[in-house]
Design a protein around this ligand. Structure first.
Ligand code: AMP
Ligand code: MG
Length: 419
C-alpha cells in the first residue's frame, strides 16, 4: 500500500484497504499517515516542563561539571609526590564544596578536601581519608593509588556546545534535573495537545450519584482522563452524551472546533443506537471503523475538519487496549515526539490460553520471575472486555497473533509491559 500518496479520496483504491476489518499493523500505519504534529511553540518554565515536548535541539551552554571536583572526602595531592607506602605530605589548607582552596599546592604538600569541592590547581588525585593518617599538619599516605583517582573531570557529564537533547524529546523527571544542571530555567516546547473526551450511552451515570435500575457508572471517562493526563495532554472533559443522533452531532461539531483530537467511547458497535460511525461519515471522514483485534474490534478513526476522531469501543478494557495500541502513539506523534516502537519481549505463559484463531488478541497478564529467575507470565483471570478488575491485576499485555488458537501452559508468548 502506498501510504505516501494515500488520501481520503484514494483510500478505496488501495488494494488491501478494508475499513471493515483492518489488521492491527495496517491500522497503525494508516493513522500515522494522517498525523501532522502541532507546530506552535511556547516557553515552559522548568517546573511546568514535565511531559512536554522539546521544540528545538538543546545544546549545552556550559560544561557539566563546570570544574574538576572531588568524589570523596580525603586529601587532594600531586600524584607524582607519592612514593612507597608511607609518603608524608604537609597539609596547607582545605577545600569545601562551594569554598575552593585558592592557594598553590607545591611539591610535598596536600589539601584537605570534601566531596563536591573543587580540586585545587596543581593537584591531580584525591586519596580517601580512610587511606590516610593525619598527624598534626602532616598527612601520611599509604600505597596503591592512581593518577586521577576520585577526581570528577570538568565536562565529563556534558560538554559545552554538545547536543544534549534533540527536538521531539519528551521531558521526564531526569530531563528536568538535566536541564537544571545546565542552568536552564525554561525551555521551548510545543503547545499542549487539546483532547476532548466524551462518553456515550443512556445507561451511564456519574460516580458519586445513585444508580437507577439498568444504569451503570461511567468509568471510561476516568481511565481516559488518567491515560491522557499521563501523556501530558490538555484534557477537555465534555461529559456523557445521550444515545441521540442530534445531541451527538452537536457535541462532535462543538468539540471539533475546540480540540485537536476527539476521543469517544461507546456507540461504535452496530446496535440500534450506535450512531458514531454514521455520524462521522456525515460530518467528517471515516478511515476505518473495525480492527481485526480483540478486545477492541469496533474502533473508528477519522477526521472532522482538522480534528482527529477516535471512536473507541464502549467496553472498559477495550477502551484501554485500543488507547494503548493505537491512540497513545498517535497522540505522541501529534505532540511532536519522535515515535518509539513499544518494547516487547518473550516470556513463557504458565497458564493455558483460551483463544480462537482469526484476530490478534491482547490478553491481560502479569509478568514476574519464577524461582529459577526466568520471566514467566500468567493471565489475570476473566478476559471479557468489560472486566476491568482483571486489567487492574495485570502489568502487561500478552500479545497473541491472528493465527494462534487455544494453547496449553508453557507457550512462549510476546509480552508488552504497561509502563
Ligand atoms: P456500546 O459500544 O455503546 O454498545 O457499549 C458497549 C458496552 O460498554 C456496553 O455494555 C456499555 O454499557 C459499556 N459502556 C459504554 N460506555 C461506557 C462507559 N463510559 N463506562 C463504562 N461502561 C461503558
Ligand atoms: Mg452505548
Amino acid at each position: 500500500m502506498d501510504l505516501q500518496n494515500a488520501s481520503f479520496a484514494k483510500l478505496d483504491t488501495l488494494d488491501d484497504y478494508d475499513p471493515n476489518s483492518m489488521p492491527v499493523e495496517q491500522a497503525r500505519q494508516l493513522i500515522q499517515h494522517f498525523l501532522h504534529p502541532v507546530e506552535q511553540q511556547e516557553t515552559a518554565p522548568l517546573h511546568a516542563a514535565l511531559h512536554r515536548t522539546l521544540a528545538d535541539d538543546l545544546l549545552s551552554p556550559m560544561n557539566v561539571p563546570p570544574h574538576d571536583y572531588s568524589a570523596m572526602d580525603g586529601y587532594a595531592l600531586r600524584f607524582s609526590d607519592l612514593a612507597g607506602d608511607h609518603t608524608r605530605l604537609k597539609r596547607v589548607g582545605s577545600s569545601f564544596a562551594g569554598h575552593a582552596f585558592e592557594g598553590q599546592v607545591a611539591a610535598g604538600e596536600c589539601v584537605r578536601i570534601m566531596t563536591g569541592a573543587t580540586i585545587p590547581r596543581d593537584c591531580d588525585c584525591v586519596v580517601m581519608q580512610e587511606h590516610a593518617q593525619a598527624e598534626g599538619d602532616v598527612v601520611v599516605i599509604g600505597g596503591g593509588h592512581r593518577p586521577g583517582q576520585n577526581v570528577r573531570l570538568v565536562g565529563e557529564d556534558m560538554k559545552q556546545g554538545a547536543t544534549v537533547l534533540a527536538r521531539g524529546h519528551r521531558i521526564r523527571p531526569v530531563e528536568m534535573g538535566l536541564l537544571a544542571s545546565l542552568g536552564i530555567g525554561e525551555i521551548a516546547v510545543y503547545r499542549k495537545l487539546k483532547v476532548a473526551i466524551f462518553s456515550t450511552g443512556d445507561e451511564l451515570q456519574l460516580p458519586g450519584t445513585p444508580l437507577a435500575a439498568g444504569q451503570i457508572y461511567d468509568s471510561n471517562r476516568y481511565t481516559l482522563f488518567g491515560m491522557l493526563s499521563e501523556l501530558g495532554a490538555d484534557v477537555l472533559d465534555m461529559g456523557n452524551i445521550r444515545d441521540d443522533r442530534e445531541s451527538l452531532r452537536k457535541s462532535f461539531l462543538d468539540a471539533a472546533g475546540k480540540a485537536d483530537v476527539i476521543i469517544t467511547s461507546g456507540g461504535v458497535s452496530v446496535g440500534e443506537a450506535d450512531y458514531i460511525k454514521e455520524l462521522l461519515a456525515e460530518i467528517g471522514e471515516v478511515v476505518f471503523w473495525k480492527i481485526a483485534m480483540k478486545p477492541g474490534r469496533p474502533l473508528a478513526y477519522g477526521k472532522i475538519g482538522g480534528c482527529h476522531f477516535f471512536g473507541l469501543p464502549g467496553n472498559p478494557v477495550a477502551v484501554m487496549v485500543t488507547f494503548h495500541q493505537f491512540v497513545r502513539d498517535a497522540l505522541c506523534l501529534l505532540m511532536g515526539q519522535s515515535p518509539k516502537p513499544a518494547l516487547t519481549f518473550r516470556a513463557v505463559c504458565v497458564t493455558p490460553i483460551k483463544k480462537a484463531p482469526g484476530r490478534a488478541e491482547f490478553q491481560r497478564g502479569n509478568l514476574s520471575r519464577n524461582d529459577s529467575g526466568e520471566l514467566v507470565v500468567h493471565t489475570t483471570g476473566n478476559q471479557g472486555s468489560g472486566i476491568l478488575s482483571s486489567m487492574s491485576k495485570a502489568n502487561c499485555y500478552i500479545i497473541l497473533p491472528v493465527a494462534q488458537g487455544n494453547a496449553e501452559a508453557g507457550l512462549s508468548v510476546e509480552v508488552q509491559l504497561f509502563d
